[in-house]
Design a protein around this ligand. Structure first.
Ligand code: E4P
Length: 217
């Protein structure tokens, strides 16, 4: 399973990239606004840190506008993935860009039917938002299961990118379902490392080691 981080905070991205476990980055207009930086500048900065796909979302609502914005975003770096919304214009842009060899991330997916359309439009990634479905009392992870089942019936190349992740169990459940990617807020990615018994066990080992008075180097 690939791990993307869902942020435009370049300090966080640098720190997480140092782990060697980061496969890409996703951003959205809200995260760009939170960064306080110019969109093109911050995407360029992120692309210089991470080799994998960096999703940059168009802001236009119509096909021509999306294609014009995508042309600007594509020029930033080779690893920019164009993010388009799951609308008729968004999927039309997805089809055109995918045919032109561009990686497209189709975002704001909330149903299996929408995911099927995105795959037919040649998306590199489909982003179902599990947390936002859970927030309204629907089954976010159930959506991932349905999409995985549908995609396994056909030779689609589209990867399921689990988005709107709220906690580590979302990651574990998505991995059990075989989802290809999860995009994680930095705190969730860090939380994957944590277990109190690891901390307790390590403290005990270190105390015992110190008592030996030995050094390895
Ligand atoms: C994914 O690409 C989105 O940016 C993100 O996962 C949305 O998450 P949220 O529901 O926490 O805003």
């Amino acid at each position: 399973m690939k791990f993307f981080v869902d942020t435009a905070d370049t300090a966080e991205i640098k720190s997480l990239a140092a782990s060697g476990l980061l496969d890409g980055v996703t951003t959205n207009p809200s995260l760009i606004a939170k960064s306080g930086k110019q969109f093109v500048d911050v995407i360029a900065e992120i692309c210089a840190i991470v080799d994998g796909p960096v999703s940059a979302e168009v802001a236009a609502m119509d096909f021509d506008g999306m294609m014009a914005e995508a042309a600007v975003l594509r020029r930033i770096a080779k690893n920019v993935a164009i993010k388009v919304p799951l609308t008729p214009d968004g999927l039309r842009a997805c089809k055109h860009l995918s045919n032109d060899g561009v990686q497209v991330n189709v975002t704001l997916c909330f149903s299996p039917a929408q995911a099927l359309l995105a795959a037919k439009a040649g998306a590199a990634f489909i982003s179902p938002f599990v947390g936002r479905l859970d927030d309204i009392g629907q089954d976010g992870m159930g959506l991932i299961a349905e999409i995985m089942e549908i995609y396994q019936n056909y030779p689609f190349k589209t990867e399921v990118l689990v988005a709107s992740v709220r906690h580590t169990m979302h990651v574990v459940q998505a991995a059990k379902l075989g989802a290809h990617v999860a995009t994680l807020p930095p705190n969730v990615l860090r939380a994957l490392f944590a277990h109190p018994l690891t901390d307790k066990g390590l403290a005990a080992f270190m105390a015992d080691w110190a008592a030996t008075g030995q050094k390895i180097v």
